[in-house]
Ligand binder design. Structure first.
Ligand code: ASP
Length: 595
């Protein structure tokens, strides 16, 4: 047995917060509880920074005034948990620390008690240096102890509260929907849970409570919301997690304007309350076709002014082979002016070609400069300059491909050019609505699938040509986008059972599948369903933006890695054979790597 004794009963719940002390507290006797963040032994005086959730304050131990406390202080180490009694005083002139909110004061300790000791932590609990992410995730409980991470937790809690207050003010009620539920398509793979009582059957974790919130509208809830956990078994990207949180909402007797107004009000409140930023409303609207044409993206970053134009007409009669080939195959030629781009180095342009190829494109040409000039007529060259608005200092980047591919490639090039040439106005918040969007899109195999989910209401007038031109059918659907991120999507829903069946059929679902999977919804729609619609903004992304981080794991207390593991608890994990047995689950022998 060694080291300082530990205290038995501790009650510091009502004590002052370390981070709250200010000059106004001068002369006050305080009792503080917290962790030792730093200790400096100056021979005579010992200083520690004592940290709690609200911040840190300097404590000074003077051997002349409190020899006993000074004696204990000499044994304190980082992350020891202590109780300190003392008097708040101003720091001596010249020793204030403007970087700490408590930096004008210090606490002269009269007593200190070690409540608990700490081993040396795997990384120091300080900002701003970050240990590597693997270690952070393994010791997440310590990572969260860092002030920056604690602020993220607080921010998230605050965002949730603002949302709840706002929704409550608009007479929405929060309804919880089950986590053990049934598969409802949202375009991803389900996580499945085997049922013990129904051998061979599985629950699905909700990809989103889509059907349930629509059923709540049939119930007459009229205004529903939920801070809802959603689960999607997808390959992870940097800003995705397999479980994430949405503000899921649904409302009856609404049109698009009602949804836009509500959400604009909510985002304005969040940005005002958290960042002190006034957003200008209404947010601009851009139809999906225009967004893809002008910005090459369905979530354009409008913090810079680069714009793409279609050159199909200018080049309709061209003999230049790369353009002719694309146009004759039903594709497109798109161009973008880079202001002042004549100074772009060959290396930069080659990098952009690599970006284009990386996205599966054929490449990229530019004018003037690349070898295509000579294949274009004078009229074509001046037509391109006119269409793109290019002047003598500018360069025009060109892509010829299938429409979808050309859009994607141009969109990536647009963003890359903006980034490299520092055209992005980093201090701006460019919110917009993408609306309307299309009902269908092509999946990876070239088959027709839904663009959002199968419950989205099509434009009635477009249904007359759905058989001939399904991809041109517009939908009453919308995405909210900010600075190149999609923050959420939603739609008005189909509320006519016949129309719903029709859409399922267009999606190639056999009748018995429709009945089996969506029978409940179709039946519910026969009992007086109000027109309804909704949206589901992603809370993780909102907190990321408000918190100024581009790492989604920073805003989730216990996130998963890119390979969907929880490094702290070691999930996923194997389970006992007896558990599998009870569940009637047999695990196939694992294939060895390479076999
Ligand atoms: N359930 C949809 C989603 O998660 C959102 C909505 O349509 O309300 O994408």
């Amino acid at each position: 047995m060694g080291g300082p004794a530990r205290a038995a009963g501790v009650s510091g719940f009502g004590a002052r917060h370390c981070g709250s002390l200010r000059v106004a507290d001068e002369g006050g006797e305080v009792e503080l509880y917290g962790w030792v963040a730093r200790r400096r032994d100056h021979g005579g005086l010992i200083f520690i920074d004592l940290r709690d959730r609200w911040g840190a304050v300097q404590v000074v131990f003077n051997p002349a005034k409190s020899p006993q406390a000074h004696g204990v202080a000499s044994e304190l180490r980082s992350e020891y948990v202590v109780r300190i009694k003392g008097t708040v005083g101003r720091r001596p002139a010249g020793s204030e620390n403007p970087r700490m909110p408590t930096g004008d004061v210090e606490v002269a300790a009269s007593d200190v008690e070690v409540i608990n000791t700490s081993d040396t932590t795997p990384f120091p609990i300080v900002d701003p240096e970050e240990p590597d992410e693997k270690t952070r995730l393994e010791y997440r409980y310590l990572d969260l102890r860092r002030p920056r991470m604690m602020q993220m937790l607080e921010l998230r809690s605050r965002v949730n509260k603002i949302i709840r207050d706002f929704m409550d003010g608009k007479e929405f009620i929060e309804v919880e929907t089950p986590i053990l539920t049934r598969s409802s398509p949202s375009g991803a793979r389900d996580f499945l849970v085997p049922s013990r009582l129904h051998p061979g059957s599985f629950y699905a974790l909700p990809q989103a409570p889509q059907m349930l919130k629509q059923l709540l509208m049939v119930s007459g809830v009229q205004r529903y919301y939920q801070i809802a956990r959603c689960f999607r078994d997808e390959n992870l990207r940097a800003d995705r997690q397999p479980e994430f949180t949405q503000l899921d909402l649904e409302m009856s007797f609404c049109d698009e304007e009602d949804v836009f107004g509500l959400i604009e009000g909510l985002f304005s409140k969040l940005w005002r309350d958290v960042l002190g930023v006034e957003l200008s409303t209404p947010f601009p609207r851009l139809d999906i076709k225009e967004s893809l044409l002008r910005y090459g993206s369905d979530k354009p970053d409008l913090r810079h002014d680069l714009e793409i134009v279609d050159l199909g007409q200018v080049l309709a009669g061209t003999k230049a082979q790369i353009f002719r080939g694309a146009l004759d195959a039903g594709g497109v030629v798109r161009g973008m002016r880079v202001p002042g781009g004549r100074d772009m180095a060959r290396r930069d342009l080659d990098d952009l070609v690599t970006v284009a190829r990386g996205a599966g494109g054929k490449g990229m040409a530019w004018l003037p400069g690349s070898s295509i000039d000579k294949f274009l007529s004078e009229d074509e060259l001046s037509g391109i300059r006119l269409a793109t608005g290019a002047g003598v200092e500018d360069i025009v980047l060109l892509v010829a491909d299938r429409k979808r591919k050309a859009e994607t490639v141009m969109g990536l090039i647009r963003q890359e050019v903006a980034r490299r040439r520092k055209l992005i106005r980093e201090d701006e918040w460019k919110f917009l609505w993408i609306n309307p969007t299309y009902l269908f899109e092509e999946d990876d195999e070239g088959k027709l699938t839904y663009a959002h989910h199968p419950f989205t209401r099509p434009f009635q007038e477009d249904m007359s040509f759905v058989e001939e031109r399904p991809y041109d059918v517009r939908a009453h659907a919308y995405d909210i986008v900010c600075n190149g991120y999609e923050l959420g999507g939603g739609s008005l829903r189909i509320y006519d059972p016949a129309m719903q069946e029709r859409v399922f059929q267009l999606l190639g679902m056999p009748l018995d599948t429709i009945r089996e999977r969506f029978g409940t919804l179709l039946q519910a729609f026969t009992y007086g369903v109000p027109p309804h619609g909704g949206i589901a903004p992603g809370i993780d992304r909102i907190v990321m933006m408000l918190g100024g981080t581009d790492n989604i794991r920073d805003v989730i207390a216990f996130p998963k890695t890119q390979s969907m593991s929880d490094l702290m608890l070691g999930a996923p994990a194997e389970v006992d054979a007896s558990q599998l047995d009870e569940l009637n689950v047999v695990v196939k022998p694992l294939k060895k790597a390479g076999s």
